[in-house]
Design a protein around this ligand. Structure first.
Ligand code: 3HC
Length: 291
């Protein structure tokens, strides 16, 4: 029992980290009433503050009117109360921490708390939705809806169906992404990394090998990706932006699933993570952002 796209009024985003908060803002900018839910009050407060200042920057740059920015922020509610938000949710996007047991628990709760018509999507990049579908009690209404960092800017959304996902769920999710102003792509089968992270991983792997062999510096490899291939960022800059812990986590999860030597996590990245060099967010990664 899927909602038709026209009946989607209230969107619940679970998790207020970098991805969840910006996904919520994307939905609010598209005119939807949105609740961003998290268990941590301080995370919610920080998300609200960051989104408010991003909207202010858009107004200052002439990208949006003050009125539109205020209206979009007004459609966004930040809450720790999952039951209240879920009770009227027509579409859920889960963007919580990438831990299977946590996500299964969330999908069990969503199955109990949301109206029967609600579609339950996960933003996970490492866990196919089949891993949480049964827990929800409505596997036909479950899929991945994978956004990219920064979600306010990146146009791609990967919609990944699992074996139980209904065509109506796929169609509604693709259409919702379009109404968010995105350009969704459909991934027909769960595969570790889906499409985008597999492409990103292949480039990163080559960049890491070139660097380890002393063929070129980090800076020159990044410059080449930008000036020869037209990429907006070089592979090392991109790893630092996404977070080396996230890159390492994706690699670990992929390797655990494929057991393929080619997917082994890169020790240089694992070492940086162990030394607390996580990328931009910690001030140092491949590059130093403190000086
Ligand atoms: N959040 C929101 N908006 C941001 C932002 C952020 N973190 N960083 C930049 N922006 C906005 C800016 O405000 C600006 O908006 P404007 O056009 O209205 O002024 C616009 O993006 C361009 O920003 P800048 O001029 O400051 O800088 P750039 O032109 O270098 O763009 C970028 C920044 C959009 C991040 C661009 O460098 C880019 O596209 N990089 C590649 C990002 C990418 O590959 N993401 C995918 C990562 S993989 C992933 O997410 C998958 C997951 O599973 C790991």
């Amino acid at each position: 029992m899927n909602p038709s796209i026209e009946n989607i009024k209230h969107i619940l985003v679970i998790g207020s980290g970098a991805m969840g908060s910006q996904i919520g803002m994307v939905a609010a900018l598209a005119g939807y009433r949105v609740t961003v839910q998290d268990i941590a009050e301080d995370m919610l407060a920080r998300a609200k503050e960051q989104l408010t200042s991003r909207m202010q920057a858009n107004v200052a740059k002439g990208r949006a009117s003050q009125e539109d920015a205020d209206a979009a922020l007004g459609r966004l509610t930040f809450s720790t109360d999952l039951a209240a938000a879920a009770a009227t949710a027509d579409f859920v996007i889960e963007a919580a921490t990438e831990r299977l047991e946590l996500k299964q628990h969330i999908f069990t709760q969503l199955g109990e708390l949301t109206p029967a018509h609600a579609i339950l999507a996960t933003n996970s990049s490492t866990l196919g939705s089949s891993k949480v579908a049964e827990a929800s009690g409505r596997p036909q209404q479950v899929c991945n809806m994978h956004f990219f960092n920064p979600a306010l800017v990146m146009k791609c959304v990967e919609v990944v169906r699992n074996e139980a996902t209904s065509q109506a769920t796929v169609d509604t999710t693709l259409e919702l992404a379009r109404r968010f102003g995105k350009e969704p792509v459909l991934i027909n089968r769960e595969i570790p990394g889906f499409v985008a992270n597999r492409l990103m991983g292949a480039i990163q792997k080559e960049a890491l090998a070139l660097h380890a062999a002393g063929i070129a510096t980090l800076e020159d490899i990044d410059t080449t990706a930008k000036t020869a291939l037209g990429h907006p960022m070089g592979p090392f800059e991109l790893m630092d932006m996404v977070g080396l812990d996230v890159i390492d986590f994706i690699a670990q999860a992929t390797y655990a699933e494929t057991n393929d030597d080619a997917d082994r996590p890169n020790p240089a990245i694992t070492n940086l993570v162990a030394r607390g060099r996580l990328g931009r967010k910690s001030g140092r990664g491949w590059y130093d952002y403190q000086s």
